[in-house]
Design a protein around this ligand. Structure first.
Ligand code: ADP
Length: 563
């Protein structure tokens, strides 16, 4: 007897041990066989309960994993929400639904309208009846949920005609970062007493749904902005190029493809210097402290563009450059036409002017003139001379701008300066203006320049200095050697130039607005000629002046042309 009952107990414990081992290895699908009602049998039942609850927990975790994967990998809202509502069904609900407020996801024409209602399960469509009520109800329940074991008895929901039968329901508000994204709710045919685990599970699903909706909204807003920017860029009539911080092309509009002759979008993401052949445009697009703001670019098809660029800065960091090109071909053509016109007219004026001057001077020779007649003749000669000066200036400017006849040679700097200063000595003495040249002994003796032009530039500056300096004043011409350039300085103690005039002085035909300056004769071309000459020599110029105290003009020219 003993042996028999012992063997029954041992075999029962043995099989229990085997089943416990199966559980411990994670095999939870196998149900434990029913035992007799003894101690071992009770143990067996306890194991079975443990197995079932463990299995339920694991299934739940698996579903949550699938849900969070769907949320993480899908920016498409429908695909992200589908596994969430399907998981909500597994709590025994007959239907599960998600309702989003109408304005939560922006409608994007490019992506299409976004559904605001999602449902699975039997009669899910009928239960849509409660969506709006629950949307309104849950809005005030941040992080909250509503569990109604017997909804018909609560005043929270109203059951009008056509309301489907509702045994019980659980609803969670979809809140993410304090924004309300809608409601997830599950409907049960029968009254249902909700376990804490079930409610917790639905709440977790709710937070995943809120995250999915927030992500989709973020993505769609970004996508919408991108589409809008692309549309703006595409409809911009001027070529636009945008680069990133690695100097690679980031955005290029259709006009720019056309103008640059690139045609293919494969250039996007490539370094600008690989894609664009115009060096000045490449320099403009590159992020650097010395990047210019404005350059003129010649593009295929004899088209000229004025390119302006600025650096894009976000939170104090430079993240790229944006460049807009303006077609100035027409203006260039007009400018060329204008210069040609001026050159032709001034050239044709020269001979009749010489003739007029000659005859006017000869009048005195062919007969006695009375005082009034002599005065008139003198006025005619002065007038003709001033037109001749203007015509000569215009012709010079035309020639210099056209780049005709730049004859470079190695010039002795001292001779050039002394020659110019000498030629004004008499005029300065008559005006009682002291004119002096300061040339240091250790000067580099030679500079590569066009003698006539360099002399003319200095001539115009000294002429102005003497002209705009009243009696008793001083004019100095100084030469200062620099590392690879020479600086010529013409300084005077004259009437000075008002700050209003200073920016425009080097423009053609600009004359000072000051009363004292207007008293002097002039065409307003002198400084424009100086500027043109200096530019042709690859130099630059500047000015310092104070009204009533004097002016200092600087011109700086490289010792060697092209350096
Ligand atoms: P302009 O024929 O009128 O002298 P410029 O181009 O040589 O033409 O000079 C332009 C204007 O600049 C002058 O009208 C004058 O107002 C001003 N200007 C030039 N040089 C001087 C100077 N040394 N002192 C004062 N004003 C000057």
């Amino acid at each position: 007897m003993m042996r028999l009952s012992l063997s029954v107990i041992t075999s029962s414990i043995k099989s229990l041990t085997g089943e416990a081992e199966r559980i411990s290895q994670g095999q939870l699908d196998h149900a434990l066989s029913k035992g007799v009602v003894d101690e071992a049998g009770r143990l067996r039942n306890a194991f079975e309960k443990m197995r079932l609850s463990l299995k339920a927990r694991l299934d739940e975790l698996n579903r949550l994993l699938i849900v969070s994967q769907a949320v993480a990998f899908n920016l498409e809202i429908t695909e992200a929400l589908q596994p969430i509502i399907e998981s909500a069904l597994t709590t025994g609900a007959s239907s599960a639904r998600i309702a989003l407020p109408p304005d939560v996801v922006p409608e994007n024409d490019a992506i299409g309208a976004i559904p605001s209602r999602y449902g699975v399960g039997n009669d899910a469509d009928n239960f849509a009846y409660f969506d709006d009520q629950l949307l309104a109800l849950m809005k005030d329940q941040e992080k909250g949920r509503v569990v109604l074991a017997n909804p018909a008895r609560t005043p929270l929901l109203s059951f009008g005609p056509g309301a489907p039968r509702l045994g019980s329901l659980v609803a969670v508000a979809l809140y993410h970062e304090r924004t309300y994204y809608g409601v997830l709710w599950a409907a049960y045919d029968q009254p249902h007493s909700f376990t804490d685990e079930e409610v917790q599970f639905i709440t977790t699903l709710g937070s995943q749904a809120a995250l999915a909706t927030a992500n989709a909204r973020l993505f769609m807003t970004a996508e919408f902005e991108r589409e809008r920017l692309a549309a703006i860029l595409a409809s911009t009539p001027d070529p636009v190029l945008v680069t990133d911080q690695r100097d690679c092309l980031l955005l290029v509009n259709a006009e720019a493809w056309g103008a640059l002759g690139l045609g293919i979008e494969t250039s996007i993401g490539k370094p600008v210097d690989e894609v664009i052949s115009q060096i000045e445009l490449v320099d403009l697009l590159r992020l650097s402290d010395e990047a210019p703001e404005l350059v003129e670019v010649k593009l295929p098809g004899e088209r000229f563009f004025m390119a302006t660029a600025s650096t894009i800065t976000v939170d104090g960091q430079n993240i790229g450059r944006v460049c807009v090109l303006k077609d100035v071909t027409q203006f260039k053509e007009l400018d060329a036409l204008k210069s040609e016109f001026v050159a032709t007219v001034s050239h044709d004026l020269r001979s009749p002017l010489t003739l007029m001057r000659g005859y006017a001077t000869m009048l005195e020779m062919v007969g006695e003139l009375n005082e009034q007649q002599s005065e008139y003749v003198r006025k005619i000669v002065v007038g003709v001379e001033s037109i001749s000066r203007l015509v000569n200036n215009l012709l010079d400017l035309g020639r210099i701008e056209a780049g005709v006849g730049l004859q470079l040679e190695m010039l002795p700097v001292r001779d050039v300066v002394e020659w110019v200063v000498e030629s004004f000595q008499l005029q300065a003495q008559q005006k009682k203006v002291a004119l002096r040249a300061d040339i240091p002994a250790n000067m580099p003796p030679l500079i590569e320049a066009d003698q006539a032009l360099l002399q003319q530039a200095l001539h115009n500056l000294v002429e102005n200095a003497v002209k705009y300096t009243p009696e008793g004043g001083k004019v100095w011409v100084r030469v200062q050697p620099r590392q690879s350039t020479i600086l010529f300085v013409v300084e005077d103690t004259g009437i000075g130039i008002s700050p209003v005039d200073q920016p425009y002085l080097f423009e053609k035909f600009y004359r000072g607005t000051d009363r004292k300056a207007k008293k002097e004769r002039g065409s307003g071309l002198g400084l424009a000629i100086v500027k043109s000459i200096i530019e042709r020599h690859g130099g630059n110029m500047g000015l310092d002046s104070q009204l009533g105290e004097g002016s200092t003009f600087y011109i700086e020219i490289p010792l060697r042309h092209g350096t």
